[in-house]
Ligand binder design. Structure first.
Ligand SMILES: [Zn+2]
Length: 277
């Protein structure tokens, strides 16, 4: 009996893994077709047509001589590229275009940016995980399990920081106890400058910036459940920052609002009692 269950589980796992491989292959093929279509559009001709027959200007530009004449541009093979998608790691060929002067032509592809290694669907998923309060390590584990790929914590952090829009905190169903707290974290930000390291490589110079994460935690004492209701990045723990954060929950009224060692909170949502730990 146990053996039969194990076999069935293995069968499903192998089928799903085969399905993921097929999906990744199909996605890679569709990406290659779209990239080729982009090249045809920017060069104003299909690959089989002679370039001398084209008289139009292209919006793409040679990076060496600055030419925009489509007749100067031609295909120059492909470059292997990898990009992480929710279907897994996609491997495809990226078309290269050069100018008659030998310079490379940068094509503004419609579905892929320059040096992009994480596709937009994964970035959106990382944003959703960040809204749900997942830690970077939890995201790393989820990506490993779902997409069979490894992403560094630094890369994940950069993607999370890109989602700087404060979550829309609308507490329609408010827990009886809401606890608010501030956590200070240090962010590394690009200064736009570079400097040589000990091995003479140009490295970007980062500056440290301390920011404050204002967090609201909802508690249900009877069921002993709890969860993060929302969070917001702020410059400090000032009264203005707390009022801005708490105003997002203005339609809700917890019975008790607990503030955790944050003396700057002077206001609370209407009808709420306040307490301190
Ligand atoms: Zn050129």
């Amino acid at each position: 009996m146990d053996t039969r269950i194990t076999q069935r589980g293995y069968g499903i796992k192998s089928f799903l893994s085969e399905l993921r491989v097929k999906l990744a292959e199909t996605a890679s093929q569709m990406i290659e077709s779209r990239l080729e279509a982009d090249v045809t559009m920017w060069l104003h001709r299909p690959a089989c047509q002679r370039r001398s027959q084209v008289s139009r200007q292209s919006l793409a530009r040679c990076q060496r001589c600055g030419s925009r004449r489509a007749r100067d541009f031609m295909g120059n093979g492909w470059r292997k590229r990898e990009c992480l998608s929710i279907y897994g790691l996609l491997r495809f060929r990226m078309p290269r275009v050069i100018c008659s002067c030998g310079g490379s032509v940068s094509i503004p592809f419609t579905i892929l940016r320059r040096h992009q290694r994480i596709w937009d669907d994964v970035t959106e998923q990382i944003g959703r995980w960040a809204d749900c309060g997942l830690s970077l390590r939890q995201m790393q584990t989820a990506i490993g399990e779902q997409m069979s790929a490894q992403v560094g914590l630094r890369t994940l952090n950069r993607n999370v920081q890109a989602v700087r829009i404060a979550p829309a905190l609308e507490l329609t169903s408010c827990p009886p106890v809401v606890m608010v707290d501030a956590i200070w974290v240090t962010l590394l930000e690009d200064t736009g400058k570079t400097q040589k390291d000990s091995r003479h490589r140009q490295r970007p110079v980062k500056a440290r910036r301390k920011v404050c994460v204002l967090v609201a935690l909802g508690l249900y004492p009877q069921s002993q459940r709890w969860g993060i209701l929302g969070w917001q990045l702020a410059e400090d723990e000032s009264r203005t920052a707390w009022e801005s954060f708490l105003s997002l929950a203005k339609h809700s009224s917890p019975r008790i609002l607990v503030q955790w060692a944050s003396p700057s909170i002077q206001t609370a949502p209407p009808k709420a009692d306040t307490g301190r730990l």
